[in-house]
Write a protein that binds this ligand. Structure first.
Ligand code: NAP
Ligand code: F7E
Length: 385
C-alpha cells in the first residue's frame, strides 16, 4: 500500500521539491496551501491532477498554520504516515517587521501540528519532520556548528524556530512521538524565492547580461553562508523519517562562502569578471573584463556588444544599499554534517559551483522569456521551449 505524506508549505521551494520526490517514490501526497488573491501554485503546477482523475495521488487542501481546527481536520482526514512541517514565514529580514505573526506561524504553528497528531491518537502512526534551521545558531558559539552546538538566535524568525525546535523535541520525549528536527543550513535552487540573496543575485546576473537591469543592490557582502541545493536537502528530510528512532540532524555541505564571492562566481558563470573595491557602503563590484566565448555560449552573441560597452561607460554591477543591513546579523554559518553522513548515509550531489550553474542558467532562460514577452515577442516563444 502507498504511504501517505502530508506537507505544510507545499507551495514553497522545499515543498515543491519534496512533493515531486515523494510522488516519484509512490507516495500519496497531500499538501496544505493558503488561499491567496493571485495564483500561488506555480512551483507545483506541473504536479497538478484533475480532481476527477481516479487514483489521484496529489491532493491540495486549503489551510493555515495559524488555524488549529483546520489543521486538525486535515490531519484527521488524511491520516498521514509522514507529516513534513515546512510551512513558515521564512524570510529573516521580514521577520523583524512581522515578529508576532512569525511567532504564531513558525513557532506556535508547530505546536498546533504536534498537538493535533497527539489529540487524534496518531502518535504511533504519524512521523513528523520539523523544518528547523541553521538560524538557531545565530551568533555562533562554535565553528563549525553541529547538533551539539548551543543555540543563539538573532532574529524573530530564529527565536520562533527555537521554540519549534524544542517543542518538537519535547513532544518526542514526553509523548513518545516519532518527531525529528532537520537543522538545515541554507539551501537554494532555481525556484528559490526571489528576495533571498542567492536568487536575487542570479536573477540580477541574468537581467544585467540581457540589458534589463543596470546593477544589483545588496546589503552585507561579508556574511558567510553554507549553501547547498534544495534537491539534495529534501532527500535528507525523507531519510530522517525513515529511521527507526527519531532524532535531530544537521544538514549542510561543510563549506562556507561570502555573499561577495557568491556574486563573483555567479557573474563568472556567464563569462563576466567582476572586481570588488571600496569599503562598507562605498564598496562596488565592477565589470573588469569578459570571457567572450563563455558569454556567447551562455547568454548569446546578440547581447555581447551592449555588455562590452558597459565596461567603459557604466561598469558598476554590484552596489551596496544599507537598507538591506539587518538589525542583528548572522555573520558566519558552516555546518558539520557528519552525523547525517554516517547515520543517514546522506551526501549532497551538488557543490556550490553546480548550484550556481543551475540557478544562473535557469534565470537566463526565464529572463529571456520575460524580455521577449515584454517586447511583444509572442511568436518567438517556441524558441524557448
Ligand atoms: P518558502 O519557499 O518561503 O516556503 C514557505 C512555505 O510556507 C510556502 O508554501 C508558504 O506559503 C507557506 N506558509 C507561509 N506562511 C504560512 C502559514 N501561515 N500557514 C501555512 N503555510 C504558510 O520556504 P522554503 O525555503 O521552502 O523552506 C521550507 C521550510 O524550511 C521553512 O519552514 C523554512 O523556514 C525552513 N528552512 C529553510 C531553509 C532554506 O535555506 N531554504 C533552511 C532551513 C530551514 P505561500 O506560498 O502561500 O507563501
Ligand atoms: O540572507 C545577506 C544577509 O535572506 C543571507 C532562509 O531560508 O536561510 C535563509 O535565511 C545573507 C544574510 O538568507 C542581501 O544579510 C546581503 O547575511 O538569503 P538570505 P538567510 O537570512 O540566511 C536560513 C537557513 C533560513 O532558515 C531562512 O528561512 O545574505 N544579504 N545582501 C542579503 N540578504 C538578502 N535577503 N537580500 C540582500 O540584498
Amino acid at each position: 500500500m502507498s504511504k501517505v505524506a502530508l506537507i505544510t508549505g507545499i507551495t514553497g521551494q522545499d515543498g515543491a521539491y519534496l512533493a515531486e520526490y515523494l510522488l516519484k517514490k509512490g507516495y500519496i501526497v497531500h499538501g496544505i496551501k493558503r488561499r491567496s488573491s493571485l495564483f500561488n501554485t506555480e512551483r507545483i503546477d506541473h504536479l497538478y491532477q484533475d480532481p476527477h482523475t481516479e487514483n489521484r495521488n496529489f491532493i491540495l487542501h486549503y489551510g493555515d498554520l495559524t488555524d488549529s481546527m483546520n489543521l486538525t481536520r486535515i490531519i484527521q482526514e488524511t491520516q498521514p504516515d509522514e507529516l513534513y512541517n515546512l510551512g513558515a514565514m521564512s524570510h529573516v529580514m521580514v521577520s523583524f517587521d512581522t515578529a508576532e505573526y512569525v511567532a504564531n506561524t513558525d513557532g506556535v504553528g508547530t505546536l498546533r501540528i504536534l498537538e493535533a497528531v497527539k489529540l487524534l491518537g496518531l502518535t504511533q502512526k504519524t512521523r513528523i519532520y520539523q523544518a528547523s534551521t541553521s538560524e538557531l545558531y545565530g551568533m555562533v558559539q562554535e565553528v563549525p556548528q553541529s547538533e551539539k552546538t548551543p543555540f543563539y538566535p538573532r532574529s524573530p524568525y530564529g527565536v520562533a524556530k527555537l521554540y519549534a525546535f524544542w517543542i518538537t523535541k519535547n513532544y518526542r520525549e514526553a509523548h513518545g512521538m516519532h518527531a525529528s528536527n532537520g537543522i538545515l543550513f541554507n539551501h537554494e535552487s532555481p525556484i528559490r524565492g526571489e528576495t533571498f540573496v542567492t536568487r536575487k543575485i542570479t536573477r540580477a546576473v541574468a537581467r544585467i547580461a540581457l540589458g534589463m537591469q543596470d546593477a544589483v543592490f545588496l546589503g552585507n557582502l561579508s556574511a558567510r553562508r553554507d549553501w547547498g541545493h534544495a534537491k539534495d536537502y529534501v532527500r535528507a528530510m525523507h531519510l530522517i523519517l525513515q529511521q527507526d528512532e527519531p532524532d535531530d540532524y544537521v544538514i549542510a555541505t561543510g563549506v562556507t562562502t561570502e555573499i561577495r564571492k557568491f556574486a563573483w562566481k555567479s557573474f563568472r558563470e556567464i563569462g563576466i569578471n567582476v572586481e570588488f573595491s571600496g569599503e562598507a557602503e562605498k564598496e562596488t563590484g565592477k565589470i573588469r573584463d569578459i570571457d567572450e566565448k563563455n558569454f556567447i555560449e551562455k547568454v548569446g552573441e546578440e547581447f555581447l556588444d551592449d555588455i562590452k560597452v558597459r565596461i567603459k561607460t557604466n561598469p558598476d554591477v554590484v552596489k551596496v544599499d544599507p537598507s538591506y543591513y539587518r538589525p542583528s546579523e548572522v555573520d558566519l554559518l558552516i555546518g558539520y554534517p557528519t552525523k547525517a553522513n554516517q547515520k543517514l548515509g546522506w551526501k549532497p550531489e551538488y557543490d556550490l559551483t553546480g548550484l550556481i550553474k543551475d540557478m544562473v542558467n535557469s534565470d537566463i532562460k526565464l529572463m529571456k522569456r520575460e524580455r521577449y514577452l515584454k517586447d511583444g515577442g509572442w511568436e518567438t516563444l517556441n524558441y524557448f521551449e
